[in-house]
Design a protein around this ligand. Structure first.
Ligand code: GLP
Length: 240
């Protein structure tokens, strides 16, 4: 795993944006796998600036997002579709018809998961996947468990994830209890992966990942089997 240690959140955001910009320049019609959460917000702000200055164009880019709460309507301000529009899609020259987020209102979520993976396959796969990490080592919404599911699927959120994400909602009770998420296999099928991590509260998960052991109790450790992962981490989230 390549590891880039950054002084702070702004440096991490700029570094990740540089990697995405390089991907878009190298392959203007690339497929980007995108993530939500507070971690990538600064990266999106950098990408918006690069688009406005003419450095990069999203005209031919396709995006596929990692996950979405279930059930939750896309117009809900806490939905990941809303997040993506708010932080990126509404401010860059991307064709919204080529931006995909799992459908939080799917009548048949199991089928939605299968269709989502088939759609990613039909696009030719993901060129570059952006990830954040949960404090418990989850990626997307693949929570620690005794087993992990390869494909995109509906999953229960753990109490700790519901509590961590409650800060975005009116109350803990209003956080959806389920989500649709790319599975570990979907994520690992991306050709390149960048994992962004910021803050001392993520250090335990980062150190578990860097130990190199693979365990379903820390889903991020599965990134150790991928050949092209770059960890972009702030210095307070890693022991050296
Ligand atoms: C959510 C998302 C993850 C994200 C994680 C960390 O649960 N499903 O994709 O990585 O939270 O979020 P944050 O960046 O806000 O700490």
């Amino acid at each position: 795993m390549n590891v880039i240690v950054c002084k702070n959140y702004d440096e991490m955001s700029a570094c990740a944006a540089e990697i995405l910009a390089a991907q878009i320049k190298e392959k203007p019609n690339c497929v980007l796998g995108l993530a939500t959460g507070s971690t990538p917000e600064g990266m999106y702000a950098n990408l918006v600036a690069k688009n406005k200055s003419g450095e990069i164009s999203f005209a031919d880019v396709t995006s596929v997002n990692l996950d979405e709460y279930y059930p939750l309507e896309p117009t809900n301000e806490q939905s990941y579709r809303y997040f993506m529009n708010y932080h990126l899609f509404d401010h860059v020259n991307i064709d919204k018809a080529k931006t995909f987020v799992p459908n939080g209102l799917a009548a048949d979520p199991a089928k939605e998961g299968q269709d989502y993976d088939a759609m990613i396959d039909s696009l030719g796969g993901i060129d570059l996947q952006v990830l954040g990490i949960g404090r418990n080592g989850h990626i997307g919404f693949n929570e620690p468990d005794s087993y992990l599911i390869p494909g995109t699927h509906v999953t229960d959120l753990t109490p700790s994830t519901i509590a961590a994400n409650a800060r975005f909602f009116d109350s803990e009770e209003s956080v959806p209890k389920k989500a649709l998420t790319m599975g570990i296999g979907t994520i690992l099928s991306a050709r390149k992966i960048i994992l962004m991590v910021s803050g001392a509260d993520k250090k335990a998960a980062v150190m578990k990942l860097l130990e190199g052991n693979i365990t379903t109790e820390c889903p991020a450790t599965f990134l150790n089997v991928h050949k092209n992962v770059t960890l972009i981490v702030t210095e307070d989230a890693i022991d050296r």
